[in-house]
Design a protein around this ligand. Structure first.
Ligand code: ATR
Length: 289
């Protein structure tokens, strides 16, 4: 597609950003949908964040993604924030409005959509989440937002799991989250759960590691969802499958956070067919890394 007088720009701000897969996804989507935009990464230094957001608006930039380390620190510079992103306290997608940008968290709507695409539901579900860091907290928030009935939140540092549980139980006005240490899964009633792995354990190049080793734990899972996508099959996923469960990596989340952002910026719907084709492109590219 040629760049002309009506081409609009979208971008990604973060630091570092050189390993991002987002340009691949967005530039593929705009080709498939015939949309006249370009997506490019912008390396932004911490002290320039406010200027970068204001400058992007002044330059009529259509939308921005935001990555590490700015997902929370960018919020004060936004005009508006979506309620779920506000509750999570982190945004990864900025959508242009008249006065500034509105922030969304498509990491979480994208995770939900990726799970839905696999037939995984959250409404009324009992879920086990591993971790209590920023990612796990966002996942717990998202699960409650989409009406999960109960969450067991397991973390190495129990005090952090307690904090997240206390905060979100208060926010959602019900005792929905039960915090536990990593070795306390014996306290979880024996039945089958969706288990979401939201720690950084098992990420390349430490692919032999997993957050819980004991195979008895994995008997609790009907499905395991790892937020990690590199390696393609994590140790967590192997253990889930070993115990008879179905497992997924985080590549679907990576895809759908971009699809959700693309749809918000361009006011279009990406079909399942185009999404799946983009997924294959992404999968092949990641294999080369
Ligand atoms: P993120 O924003 O990606 O969630 P984070 O906030 O630093 O990153 O959280 C990392 C998560 O991985 C935490 O749940 C952390 O457990 P602690 O709260 O006990 O630190 C977990 N984690 C990191 N290294 C770990 C390890 N070696 N064993 C078990 N859990 C670990």
């Amino acid at each position: 597609m040629t760049v002309n007088g009506t081409t609009r720009l979208c971008g990604l701000i973060g630091n570092p950003i050189c390993h991002t897969m987002s340009p691949l996804i967005h530039n593929h989507l705009k080709e498939k949908l015939g949309i006249n935009t370009i997506y490019t990464p912008f390396l932004v230094e911490k002290e320039n964040l406010k200027t970068a957001v204001e400058g992007a608006h002044a330059l009529n930039i259509l939308g921005m993604n935001v990555t590490v380390p700015y997902k929370s620190s960018v919020i004060p510079f936004l005009e508006e924030i979506d309620p779920m992103a506000d509750g999570i306290g982190a945004v990864n997608t900025l959508v242009r409005t008249q006065q500034g940008y509105k922030g969304y968290n498509t990491d979480m709507t994208g995770l939900c959509r990726a799970m839905q695409a696999e037939g995984i539901r959250l409404d009324g579900e009992e879920i086990i989440i591993l971790g209590a860091g920023g990612a796990a907290r966002a996942v717990a928030y998202m699960c409650l937002f989409y009406k999960a009935s109960k969450i067991y939140l397991l973390n190495r540092t129990l005090s952090k799991a307690n904090e997240v549980a206390q905060e979100l139980n208060l926010k959602f006005e019900r005792q929905a989250i039960f915090p536990l240490g990593l070795d306390e899964y014996g306290n979880i009633p024996v039945k089958k759960y969706l288990v979401i792995q939201a720690t950084s354990i098992g990420l390349h190049p430490h692919q032999k590691q997993c957050v819980i080793h004991d195979s008895a734990f994995y008997e609790l899972a009907h499905t395991g969802y790892d937020l990690i996508y590199n390696p393609e099959i994590t140790q967590f996923m192997k253990k889930i499958e070993g115990a008879g469960g179905v497992s997924y990596n985080g590549l679907g989340m990576l895809l759908f956070q971009a699809v959700d952002a693309f749809e918000l910026w361009n006011e279009v719907e990406v079909s399942d067919e185009v999404a799946m084709e983009t997924y294959e492109v992404l999968k092949n590219e990641i294999k080369k890394v």
